[in-house]
Structure formats: C-alpha cells, structure tokens
Design a protein around this ligand. Structure first.
Ligand code: FAD
Ligand code: FES
Length: 367
C-alpha cells in the first residue's frame, strides 16, 4: 500500500487547471481505456468515487467533461480515469484514440459527493449496482472499502452487454479471490454468449428486492447503497429501494448522462423555449457581485460565461454539482436536478448549468 505524506500546498481551486501527465493507457475492452496519470506535485488529493473534469480545446473552443476516478487514493499509487466510447462522442473517442504516455491533460480538481468516509471500526454491507462505465467510481470505492474496513463487505451487481465488455473483468476477479468472504460479484449480461451461465437480460427488480432483503437477516451490518449506470438501471434500483423503505441517506447515486438536459439543450439550440424575456440575474462569485442578462433559451451558466465570469462547471447537464449555487431571490426552472439531494433543493440550491430564469430579480451565490 502506498502512503503519501507530502504537504498539501497550492491546491487548485474549482476553476484553475491542473496539468496531469499521462503515465499509462490501459485498454480495458474494445471501447474503454483507463488513463493513469503521474502523481502531480503536490499529490492529487481525492476521495474514492469523485471525478475529474477534463478540459480540452476542440475547434478553438474550450470544452469540459467529467470522468470518475477508478482508482483508490488508499491503494493505488497513480490516479486514473476510465473512459468508454459514446457513438460520435467528442471527448470519449478522443481520449480512447489520441492519448498516450507523456501527453499532458488539463483537469480541474476532483469534485463530487459519490463517496463515503471510511473507518476501520465500521461494519457495513455495501450494495454496489453498476452498469457499463458506471463501474468506474464504484471500482475505487470497492478497493477503498476492502482496505479500510476489515469488518465491512461488498455485494457488486454489475450489468454489462457481453463477457468481452466487462470493464475491469480480471481486476474484479482477483479482488474477489483475495476477499472471498467480503466481496461477492454478480454479473448480469444483456447480450451474453451461448456459454454464459450467469444472470442475463434486463436486471429485474425481483432480483434486487431478493438481494436487498437478504440484508434484513444480517442485523450486524449497516447497509449502504451506491448506484451508477444508465438511467433505466438507476430508476429500477431507486424504485426497489423506495419500495423497501430504505433511508434516502443510505442511497448514493451518480448519473453520467441526462436525457432531459440533452433534450432541453437541443430545444434551446432550435429556438424552442418557454421563456421569451431577457432576465437580469445577479451572480455572486468569489466575493464579487455581477449583474448579467440571461437571454431567452440560455442558462445562468451560459450567461455568466458569456459575460466573462470565471464560473465553475463540468458536466453542463445538471449531474455533477460543480456549478452549484444558492438562490436567495427569484425563480428558476431547472432542466435536470438529479445532482442535488432533497435537502439541497429545500435549502434553495440550484445548478446554474441547467437553470433558466422564470422571473426577474434573481440572485444566486456560487459557493
Ligand atoms: C459526474 C460524471 C462522471 C462521469 N464519469 C464517467 C466515467 O467514469 N467514464 C465515462 O466513460 N464517462 C463518464 N461520464 C460521462 C462523460 O462525462 C461524457 O459525458 C461522455 O464521455 C460523453 O462525452 P463525449 O464528449 O464523448 O460525447 P458528446 O460529444 O458530449 O455527445 C455525443 C452524443 O452522445 C450522446 N451521449 C453522451 N453521453 C451519453 C451517454 N452516456 N449515453 C447515451 N448518449 C450519450 C449525447 O447526447 C450526444 O448526442 C461522467 C459524467 C458525469 C456527469
Ligand atoms: S456543471 Fe455539472 S451540474 Fe452543472
């Protein structure tokens, strides 16, 4: 195990770039690579399950995408991200095809709440439900649980298309062999080969219900649920957990894609918008107050960036919370709010990247 006892200095802020040098690129499957980085100086300070924002200049324009760290700061000497191709995707194809050892990628400092704190005295049963590239943050979490909490155990339910498309297949197998009593991996394939004997088809709620209710017979463990994958899988898991009355505080979910935010963005590009008025919005950022005008069809983030403000952001889909602000006056409509908890919504938090003004007099503070 590696320990890094170096002093943390000059920690980059939410908006300053951190150049990371690529150390190794590992081909996980035909359409997924893991990019490992050299440790920067000072070392990269992150929690398992958090993500990096990769910043690239594409066609003369700065673009950003979020990628979860697949590594554990407690186990892995070098931080890494795993990237699965999306058909016609700008970043995912670039990162699969054009990145090699020695190249430098600019990132923003690690962010995200898809994590937990660890303690050797904890006795928890983690249910991890992953689909496709959703295994990425879960991989870092599993490794961290196994090394930090000797009395905790993990059940991973991992949905992939076929045997060949199981990301981290051999790493997971080795982890299971090394932790036979503490790690149980259940693969579910939607398009397996004829020789596959495990679960197949769509992951159904009955199986999840069965697995989750087993936990009732193990009172010594406290259950914790982590879900990351395509929207359908996440909905199924969420519904089952709701039906079982699981406390929302024990459920952690991370989405990589929002169809609702994508649709709203496409509508805005096509000029289809419910708001017809320009709205004045006050943005408090880094201790300064700015008045910007949000044109019809634009978001508060877009207006802030157009006005030259150093607004923090990453996914631009209402998922990652990098652009979170607190609304103290006025009303907005969010295209997507999956990144915010019920508590945050009740406290007036909004995500500027998907917030469209519904009134004048909006005042938002970026914290
Ligand atoms: C918090 C967070 C963590 C993430 N972690 C990872 C990770 O660990 N590994 C990883 O591979 N990705 C991850 N993503 C997704 C990643 O940020 C990009 O969205 C993804 O790589 C696609 O970007 P792109 O530039 O290739 O595609 P784009 O050029 O942005 O999109 C191309 C087309 O594909 C569609 N599209 C984009 N993504 C999806 C999708 N997931 N499903 C269906 N259609 C889609 C778009 O709507 C568009 O039509 C994460 C996202 C978030 C918000
Ligand atoms: S930039 Fe990710 S939620 Fe707004």
């Amino acid at each position: 195990m590696f320990n890094f006892f170096k002093k943390k200095t000059d920690v980059p802020t939410t908006t300053s770039y951190l150049p990371l040098k690529v150390r190794e690129v590992v081909k996980e499957t035909a359409d997924t690579v893991t990019i490992y980085f050299e440790q920067p100086e000072p070392y990269l300070d992150y929690q398992p399950g958090q993500f990096l924002t990769v910043v690239l200049e594409m066609d003369g324009k700065e673009q950003r995408r979020s990628y979860s760290l697949c590594t554990s700061p407690f186990v892995d000497p070098f931080p890494g991200i795993s990237v699965k191709r999306v058909p016609n995707g700008l970043f995912s194809n670039y990162l699969n095809d054009k990145v090699f050892p020695g190249k430098t990628l600019n990132v923003l400092r690690p962010l995200g709440n898809f994590t937990t704190t660890f303690h050797s005295k904890n006795c928890r049963h983690f249910f991890m439900i992953a689909g496709g590239s959703g295994i990425t943050p879960i991989m870092g979490l599993i490794k961290s649980v196994l090394v930090n909490e000797p009395s905790s155990r993990v059940t991973l339910i991992y949905c992939s298309r076929s045997e060949e498309e199981i990301i981290f297949s051999s790493q997971l197998h080795l982890l299971e062999l090394a932790n036979p009593d503490r790690l149980n991996i259940i693969h579910n394939l939607s398009k397996p080969s004829a020789t596959w004997t495990g679960l197949q088809g769509r992951l159904d709620s009955e199986l999840l219900t069965q697995l989750f209710t087993q936990a009732e017979n193990e009172p010594r463990y406290e259950e914790e649920y982590f879900v990351c994958g395509p929207e359908g899988l996440m909905q199924t898991a969420q519904q089952v957990l709701e039906q079982l009355g699981v406390d929302q505080n024990r459920i952690h979910s991370e989405s990589f894609f929002s169809a609702a935010a994508q649709q709203a963005h496409e509508d805005a590009m096509a000029g289809i918008t419910s708001g017809l008025l320009s709205r004045d919005v006050t943005i408090q950022l880094e201790g300064e107050v700015h008045l910007v005008t949000v044109e019809p069809g634009k978001t508060i983030l877009e207006a802030g960036l157009a006005a030259g403000l150093n607004m923090p952001y990453s996914c631009q889909s209402g998922l990652c919370t990098a652009c979170r602000g607190r609304l103290s006056a006025g009303e907005v409509k969010m295209d997507e709010d999956a990144g915010l908890s019920e508590k945050e919504l009740a406290a007036g938090y909004v995500l500027c990247c998907v917030s469209r003004p519904l009134s004048d007099g909006i005042d938002v503070t970026i914290e």
